[in-house]
Write a protein that binds this ligand. Structure first.
Ligand code: TYD
Length: 142
């Protein structure tokens, strides 16, 4: 678990500086605003409306997910409980450090999902089969 309210994820307000009639600037810093050092940033673009992505878990990877533009449903599961989070503003972030199963649904076309991650890309950190995930998480809980 990685949050203080019993949830296996944490929602954060990303720092935001608004200027009247000139928009807003958001920022976060490794180790200060998020509890890991960032090794990789990636972002998902050009997705049509009503598309699902994800369908995997990560064993070790820590991530901050946020939606830079648009509206995306993030569905998380620990194999027992399911959680739904709407990402619809650029200063709302979700920190995941527990190996949750994740699915993302594009509510609005061209919504941009951005992820700051603690490790370089490593396919061996992925679990892409749900039955395998259930076994992994059961073994982890002991
Ligand atoms: P994936 O993580 O499965 O995307 P999503 O969670 O949106 O479904 O990644 C899609 C493809 O991109 C997959 O073939 C792995 C590759 N990929 C990289 O090569 N580097 C990366 O940093 C990431 C995140 C994915």
């Amino acid at each position: 678990m990685n949050s203080d309210n019993g949830l296996p994820y944490k929602i954060i307000d990303i720092k935001r500086i608004s200027s009247e009639n000139e928009g807003a600037l958001q920022f976060f810093e490794s180790g200060k605003d998020i509890p890991f050092e960032i090794k990789r940033i990636y972002y998902i673009t050009d997705v049509p409306k009503n598309v699902w992505r994800g369908r995997h878990a990560h064993k070790k990877l820590h991530q901050l997910l946020f939606c830079l533009y648009g509206e995306i449903l993030l569905k998380l599961s620990d194999g027992t409980n399911d959680y739904e989070i709407i990402l619809n503003k650029p200063n709302k972030g979700v920190i995941i450090t527990y190996p949750l199963w994740r699915d993302m649904f594009w509510i609005k076309k061209d919504s941009v999902l951005c992820i700051a991650a603690s490790e370089f890309y490593d396919e061996t950190d992925y679990i892409r089969n749900y039955d395998e995930y259930i076994k992994y998480i059961s073994d982890l809980r002991g």
